[in-house]
Design a protein. Structure first.
Length: 324
């Protein structure tokens, strides 16, 4: 069986950076402003873009292709994880232009959706399955959203624990290019969370149970040690993510949350962005780097969905024959 490699994660943020405290939705002196800008939450800056989603995706994918060494013409499948394509046939036009500009015009394009900010992790897991069973040799995963389209405009999202930021991310899942081994994927759905049913206590309990369950499923598919695993999660408020992930056995130093203040919540793209930051030349100097992890978990949190992808932390070399 082929071992999928996750290769060359990259991203492109919206071209404008603004202070979170200046958002119109957070009027000066309101409780929401205090909750989202206090140090425990950690939000400082968000990004926004005037261009279409595919412009950010194009810039990100070009970096992934360049860093992976795989030409666009060799990509078999593109998985688009986004809620920000234009309606109707305009989406087909934009995607065609995106494929042409990245050299991937020969690839089959599939959209993945309906899991909110967990969608991109479902796409990475799907890409790994396609490579593992030799349906495809190279699958490009592309995530991206603009708040204007994905949320309808509001930037205070996820029940008030996140600030939506515009951005795109990409990664190649390959049988051949050098990269991190994709070891397992797990997901969890809790439809009751979608509409906020039950008391606040019931909703909190349900979400904590969901976090425990998705990591239990992930561990059942490939055992890992939380103490030797670094979680690269959605950029929700820091204290919220620490509380939820503690339910799955992760201490604060095992959760990478540097992106919260710098870029806010780029929706499904956050885990890949956080991985790209660790992959590249500019790496965070955070306490969790003092102990090198054995595994990474890319972790996406949607309203009613969770998606987790387990990666080995030691890169596998290029293999023209794939791995077994």
């Amino acid at each position: 069986m082929i071992t999928p490699h996750l290769c060359a994660p990259a991203y492109e943020l919206g071209e404008y950076a603004e202070p979170v405290a200046d958002l119109p939705e957070l009027s000066a002196g309101s409780q929401a402003t205090a909750d989202l800008t206090l140090p425990a939450a950690g939000f400082v800056t968000y990004h926004w873009s005037e261009g279409p989603m595919v412009e950010l995706m194009t810039a990100s994918v070009r970096r992934t292709l360049a860093h992976s060494g795989v030409p666009g013409s060799e990509i078999d499948i593109v998985l688009l994880a986004t809620d920000s394509l234009p309606p109707g046939r305009a989406a087909h036009r934009d995607v065609s232009e995106f494929l042409a500009e990245t050299g991937m015009s020969g690839a089959t394009v599939i959209t993945v959706g309906l899991m909110d900010c967990a969608t991109a992790m479902a796409a990475v897991g799907t890409a790994a399955s396609l490579v593992r069973d030799d349906t495809a040799r190279h699958v490009m995963v592309v995530s991206g959203d603009l708040a204007e389209l994905s949320t309808g405009g509001p930037r205070v999202v996820a029940g008030g624990v996140a600030i939506a930021s515009d951005g795109a991310a990409s990664a190649l899942v390959s049988a051949e290019a050098a990269g991190l081994p994709v070891l397992a994927m797990a997901h969890h759905a809790a439809p009751g969370q979608e509409w906020g049913g039950g008391s606040a206590h019931q909703q909190l309990t349900s979400r904590m149970n969901a976090y425990r369950e998705v990591f239990s499923r992930l561990s059942a598919r490939h055992p890992f040690r939380p103490a030797r695993t670094l979680v690269l999660p959605s950029n929700f408020a820091r204290h919220v993510m620490r509380m939820y992930l503690a339910e799955a056995g992760f201490t604060a130093d095992r959760i990478a949350l540097e992106g919260v203040g710098r870029i806010a919540h780029c929706q499904g793209s956050d885990p890949l962005i956080n991985l790209a930051d660790r992959w590249g030349d500019t790496k965070p100097t955070a306490p969790e780097q003092l102990t090198e992890p054995e595994t990474y978990v890319l972790f996406g949190s949607g309203i009613a969905h969770l998606g987790a992808v387990l990666l080995g932390a030691r890169p596998l070399p290029e293999s023209k024959e794939g791995s077994s």
